[in-house]
Design a protein around this ligand. Structure first.
Ligand code: GLN
Length: 486
């Protein structure tokens, strides 16, 4: 048998259920691997050795009595913006470096109820702002495929931890691409569900109308297993959808015969890197061999997605982050002269530079006299983008394209140029503006580095995305490729 840490969540579940492995064996194997790899990769901010070992022993005992829930004793890890009762939740920020939430996020409690064990909390760009994980107060995360490169962001810790087999499953969030882009750059599978499919309760807010929790794993099958646990209505989030959760694993093996894959012209124009194009063509060949057909579609306003997103997201962030004032919770500056000094220095010292940039942009865009020119205009563009997707998806079952313009870039390469960094999200932000589900899955390597293809579906079409990706993963081995020596 291969090493325990090589197994997917589905394989671990099977081995645990069959009695071939115990939870203590599984949990210890992953914790040992985290201990040996984390000093270099920096994927975890907090490692929960004690709690995880105790939970594993309890799970084995419950299983022996025949009283264990379905996922009892299986390990996972949470992006460090999901609040966890008793374990600190930093959001990658000095502002929350010592913050311990008094409750669990909805996603965290759902996982716990199913029996999953948390191995710890995963590194991320501060307040989920970034595309490279270089904005974390806790330091950059390294890409397991090449330690000189970024793993993507903001869920870079989640993606790197799965890619390096430090956990089989990780939670993540996606406001403009933060699940899909790091999944693509690390050779993992990632799904951003439909807005409202997964409750945001206990998820530290960045841009509330765009934020959505989801998962990163090795396979579409593992995501289907996990999504079934975290999806569903939660009255504590007023935007949570009151819609039944299907069994996502039940449709994984549906045939793709007769399915129509839409190819947005704007994703395949002359700007697409030729190597990325070849990689996408290889994936499309497999779709066709499985009986799917393709149709050309258009997303006319996609070029406006980045500028509109980088008005709306900072506007919402500037409002959400006003709560970090040094008074109620979070970092507080020492010896303030007066109240204004307390606010100014707590925020000045607690936030990093990208977060400050977003607060400034957002406050400007929302201010009297500029609101109509920026925020309102951006919302109008958002509506047009939503209509483009509705129109395109009326002609096909799923939209297909690259997840990122290129493979993982070198650490430091884009930090001095925020606009170059923002353009990294060119294929991903529009999905959030439209509130639709999107997944990124492994495509062929390009010069030894992972590339990812993206599938976007209609609202609540997560099952169709996972089905299509699972079929590709059944027919190819791209999802099994791993960094040399790891
Ligand atoms: N890279 C995008 C940003 O910096 C998206 C981040 C995200 O999805 N959380 O805003």
């Amino acid at each position: 048998m291969s090493q325990i840490t090589d197994l997917t969540l589905a394989q671990l579940k099977q081995a645990l259920g069959d009695g071939d492995l115990s939870s203590v064996e599984i949990t210890t194997a992953f914790l040992d691997r985290i201990d040996s790899l984390n000093p270099e990769l920096n994927a975890f901010i907090t490692i929960s050795h004690e709690d995880a070992c105790k939970a594993a022993a309890d799970a084995d005992a419950a299983r022996a009595k025949g009283k264990a829930p379905a996922f009892a004793g299986l390990p996972m890890a949470h992006k460090d913006l999901f609040c966890t009762d008793g374990t600190r939740t930093t959001c990658g920020s000095k502002m929350l470096a010592d913050f311990v939430a008094p409750y669990d996020a909805h996603v965290v409690s759902r996982c716990q109820q199913a029996g999953l064990i948390s191995l710890g909390k995963l590194n991320m760009d501060e307040f989920a702002m970034g595309s490279s994980n270089e904005n974390s107060f806790f330091g950059a995360v390294k890409n397991p495929w090449d330690l000189s490169r970024v793993p993507g962001g903001s869920s870079g810790g989640s993606a790197a931890a799965v890619a390096a087999r430090m956990t089989p499953l990780a939670t993540a969030t996606d406001t403009g691409g933060s699940i899909r882009q790091p999944a693509a750059l690390t050779g993992t599978s990632g799904l951003k569900p439909t807005y409202g499919r997964v409750s945001r309760f206990g998820m530290i807010a960045f841009a509330s109308s765009l934020d959505q929790g989801g998962l990163i794993a090795h396979t579409a099958e593992d995501i289907a297993l996990g999504l079934g646990l975290i999806a569903g209505h939660d009255p504590r989030d007023s935007t949570s959808a009151d819609q039944a959760v299907p069994d996502y694993t039940a449709t994984l093996n549906d045939s793709l015969k007769g399915k129509i894959i839409g190819l947005p012209a704007q994703f395949f124009d002359e700007r697409l890197d030729p190597a990325m194009r070849r990689s996408m063509d290889d994936v499309l060949d497999v779709f066709r061999s499985l009986g799917a057909t393709t149709v050309d579609v258009s997303l006319d306003h996609i070029a406006e997605a980045i500028p509109a997103y980088y008005v709306i997201a900072p506007a919402e962030a500037s409002s959400n982050l006003s709560r970090f004032d040094g008074v109620r919770f979070g970092y507080r500056a020492d010896n303030p002269k007066d109240l204004t000094d307390l606010y100014e220095r707590s925020r000045g010292e607690g936030f990093g530079s990208e977060v400050k940039r977003r607060i400034l942009i957002g406050t400007y865009a929302l201010s009297e006299g500029y609101y109509d020119a920026y925020y309102k205009k951006a919302q109008q563009i958002r509506r047009l983008i939503k209509q483009d997707f509705e129109q395109a998806l009326s002609q096909c079952d799923l939209l297909f394209g690259p997840t990122t313009p290129s493979t993982a870039f070198v650490i430091g390469e884009k930090t001095a140029d925020p606009v170059a960094m923002y353009l990294e999200d060119i294929y991903t932000v529009a999905t959030n503006m439209a509130g639709l589900p999107g997944g990124s899955f492994q495509a062929p390597l390009i010069d030894g580095l992972p590339s990812g293809y993206q599938l976007t579906g209609p609202a609540f079409g997560e099952g169709a995305i996972l089905n299509a990706a699972h079929q590709i993963q059944t027919a190819t081995d791209w999802h099994t490729l791993r960094p040399e020596g790891l």
